[in-house]
Design a protein around this ligand. Structure first.
Ligand SMILES: Cc1ncc(COP(=O)(O)O)c(C=O)c1O
Length: 361
């Protein structure tokens, strides 16, 4: 196989997802396991959303609406954009892949930060382009250094805002300065997967930036704030021209029927989700206070996860936590030795994590 596969594919390090709860229960013989490893919403979809999903079950003999008509109308209205400025994906992950597929080829360069969301590097390598990783500065995207890394071959710049795994963000002013100096033939991709959690006045208004810069695309998802990680639905907003191009490389039925119905119902139940998000943000503050009491340093986060510096072997710590029934993410794989990333769970889950951490430290 290795002699017939495309060379660039062998450079891809497969993505390592957080361990599923059932797998840990099975492997370690545990009854109760808490997963704080994949930045999911710990609460299930609301009753309205579940009802919408159940209503669609009897339609599953049919293909989904390849155009996501109802969801498209609802999001366009909510964001104040045209319906043809939207592209939907099997998670916002898919939009990352669509952009690299459409705009990058062998010999091109794609720039992002390090460490950041790993799919940018994976999608780049699959496209055959080269990745340039610019180190974070104080755990934040260093937009000036990224600007300096641009060459004539640069095709795409991925900016996770907020960033995963650090939970930090870049501001409106920083982004405006960055875009001003940048050639317009470079796609600037703002990945806003954690947008709903941020609540900061200086967070960029990327929808407004998009009006000024046709090379900008932003993505959001129903996986995090809207509790729908298991159904896979996200979207991108960009100029009509860019969306037209992405639709050429998109599979016709990439967002399934249940995902479309659930996302639409979730939008209709926004106040309940916003309340959930406020609760999770309060839980995050509580967890951070507990970490301070334990004298364990962490990075200030505007998301539903926290990057924690254990100052000790994080792989060993992650395994010890696992044996106590708490799944967190070791950050060694991302180049952050001694760090773990912990998603904000329910009060019970967070307490369990803090207790387990106390015991292992
Ligand atoms: C920064 C970032 N972007 C995108 C995603 C993918 O989200 P989705 O479930 O919409 O594919 C994640 C998921 O962890 C993420 O952290």
């Amino acid at each position: 196989m290795r002699n017939i596969v495309k060379k660039n594919i062998l450079n891809v390090k497969p993505y390592l997802p957080g361990k599923p709860i059932e797998e840990v229960k099975r492997e370690l013989g545990l009854k109760e396991v808490y997963k704080l490893a994949s930045n999911e919403n710990p609460y299930p979809p609301t009753p309205k959303v579940l009802k919408a999903i159940i209503k669609e079950l009897k339609e599953l003999n049919r293909y989904p609406d390849g155009n996501c008509f109802c969801l498209r109308q609802a999001i366009a209205k909510q964001l104040g954009v045209d319906t043809d400025q939207l592209v939907f994906g099997n998670g916002s992950d898919e939009i990352i892949v669509l952009v690299t597929k459409a705009f990058a080829a062998e010999g091109d360069e794609i720039i992002t930060a390090h460490p950041t969301f790993l799919i940018y590097e994976i999608a780049t390598k699959i496209s055959g382009a080269n990745i340039r990783l610019v180190p974070l500065k104080d755990f934040r995207y260093d937009l000036q250094a990224i600007r300096q890394a641009v060459t004539e071959r640069t095709k795409i710049i991925f900016i996770a805002n907020p960033n995963n795994p650090t939970g930090t963000y870049v501001t409106q002013c920083e982004v405006e300065d960055f875009l001003k100096g940048l050639p317009e033939n470079i796609i600037v991709f703002f990945d806003e997967a954690y947008y709903e959690f941020v609540g900061k006045k200086d967070y960029p208004n990327s929808l407004r930036l998009l009006k000024q810069y046709p090379n900008v695309i932003l993505t959001r998802t129903f996986s995090k704030a809207y509790s729908l990680a298991g159904l896979r639905v996200g979207y991108g907003v960009a100029s009509k021209e860019m969306i037209d191009i992405l639709n050429r490389v998109r599979e016709p039925f990439n967002v399934n029927t249940l995902a479309q119905a659930a996302a639409l119902a979730a939008l209709g139940d926004k106040p309940r989700y916003m309340k959930m998000i406020r609760g999770l943000n309060q839980e995050k503050q509580r967890m951070c206070k507990d970490l301070q009491k334990l004298k364990v340093p962490f990075v200030e986060s505007v998301t539903n996860f926290v990057l924690i510096d254990l100052k000790t072997d994080s792989l060993a710590a992650t395994q010890k936590l696992l044996r106590k029934g708490v799944i967190v993410r070791d950050m060694g794989f991302w180049g952050l030795e001694n760090f773990i990333r912990v998603s904000i769970g329910t009060p019970k889950e967070n307490k369990k994590f803090i207790q387990a951490l106390k015991e292992i430290l």
